[in-house]
Design a binder for this molecule. Structure first.
Ligand code: GLV
Ligand code: MN
Ligand code: MN
Length: 417
């Protein structure tokens, strides 16, 4: 049988990776779970087939290394993530890693003046623990030790989950994961929005990534009998939370480019005939400019306190994540755009509303991102879909990009023009 094309092989591998899941019939692969371990082992095998040496760092990031011309050669990082949201699609994060492996295999024949390290991060989505981008932060040398105490829904701390996975949390505390000699970071990712498809353009150059903040809100009222407590005497935590959630939506609606989502909510005691005594929910708040996001955050905090006061419930608001908005490096944008042009494709620059590992790496080195068109702008959903011909185009553009990169152009003291 003839060997499949590189892009066909990437699509096939993405299908195989999709089978690493905690829940049959869907793709759910959370950080440091058996499904994550299965994915690491599969991807590690493909990295080794491509001629890369591999290791797992203390944050659960799988690293595939193609050496450079000398031991101290500068390093190009290429990364994305292999964890998923619950009931995910197969491309978010994984497309970038699987494509990077094929790219590194091609790079072996290109005599590049630098080494390549593929970083397959395990925690971009932040679904299991109330912290996120931990692998990318560790790579950037910015892992915050307090995150080790973060607890998942089963009350397992991140430190315990890392240890159960065979990793050494102490190594994170000692910051042993930081990438050295990195001169730039590139990430290939599905767009997760409708812009490229609407313009009938396969690839896009990312200009900036929206900043994001996440919060956990606890509303405490008083549980009571649903039949006996008069409406005027209730302290209904869920009714108060509902008013808060609508206020959050309205605050975001009133501000162009601000988006706010309440994606998780739990109620206790959670019974039909009991007034809810406690309600917890999350807020995910994003904006392309940090000042805009901070204004919205202040408005939300004030609105939540006002509802709590009016409804006679207690309110606790805890921030669990913050990532500042990031500008993609103009030099990397130019190189990616030139490679797209050379491939005979139209150039489209666009910002990213979704968060990416690149945000955490931006404090380490210049970052650049290439978006691949997806169907209907659908993402974080099983219907996520990408065309093989677009993956072929991305491979072509990235191969060209690797050949155009000169590490000295990115040396400190050589800032973007
Ligand atoms: C990750 O996909 C995020 O933007 O939340
Ligand atoms: Mn992603
Ligand atoms: Mn995602």
């Amino acid at each position: 049988m003839p060997r499949p094309s590189d892009a066909a092989e990437i699509m096939q591998r993405l299908g195989e990776l999709a089978a690493c899941t905690e829940t049959r019939g869907e793709i759910t692969r959370l950080f440091l779970t058996p499904a994550h371990a299965q994915a690491i082992s599969l991807v590690c095998g493909w990295m080794q087939q491509a001629g890369l040496s591999t290791r797992l760092d203390a944050s659960g990031t799988l690293v595939g290394i193609l050496p450079g011309p000398s031991q101290d050669a500068p390093v190009l990082l290429i990364g994305s993530h292999i964890d998923t949201v619950r009931n995910a699609g197969r491309y978010d994060g994984c497309l970038g890693i699987i494509t990077a492996i094929t790219l590194a295999a091609r790079a072996r024949t290109l005599s590049l003046p630098y080494a390549i390290e593929i970083r397959a991060f395990g925690d971009e989505e932040g679904v299991r623990f109330p912290v996120t981008l931990t692998g990318a932060h560790a790579t950037a040398g910015n892992f915050n030790q307090t995150w080790l105490a973060a607890r998942d829904h089963n009350d397992i701390t991140l430190a315990t989950a890392l240890a159960n996975f065979g990793l050494n949390p102490q190594a994170l505390a000692e910051n042993t994961c930081a990438a050295h000699r990195a001169f730039a970071y590139l990430e290939i990712h599905i767009e997760q929005g409708p812009v490229l498809e609407a313009a009938n353009i396969p690839l896009g150059v990312v200009t900036a990534i929206s900043g994001a903040a996440r919060f956990e809100v606890t509303v405490t009222g008083r549980a009571g009998h649903a039949g006996t407590v008069p409406m005027s005497q209730r302290q209904d935590a869920l009714a108060a939370a509902a008013a808060m959630i609508l206020a959050i939506r309205d605050i975001a609606r009133a501000r162009p480019n601000v988006v706010a989502t309440v994606g998780r909510l739990t109620v206790a005691p959670d019974a039909t005939n009991v007034i809810p005594g406690t309600c917890q929910f999350t807020i995910d708040l994003r904006a392309p400019e940090d000042a805009l996001r901070h204004q919205a955050e202040h408005a939300i905090t004030a609105a939540l306190h006002a509802v709590a006061h009016a409804d006679n419930v207690a309110l606790a608001l805890r921030q669990t994540h913050e990532a500042a908005a990031v500008t993609c490096d103009p030099r990397l944008q130019t190189i990616l755009a030139a490679a797209i042009e050379k491939s005979g494709l139209p150039i489209r620059h666009l910002p990213s509303g979704a968060g990416h590992d690149a945000m955490a790496i931006a404090s380490l080195c210049p970052v650049g991102m290439l978006f691949v068109r997806c169907a209907g702008g659908i993402s974080h959903h099983p219907d996520e879909s990408v065309m093989e011909s677009d993956v072929e185009a991305a491979l072509h553009v990235m191969t060209q990009t690797l050949q155009s990169l000169t590490p000295t152009d990115f040396a400190p003291g050589n800032p973007p023009a």
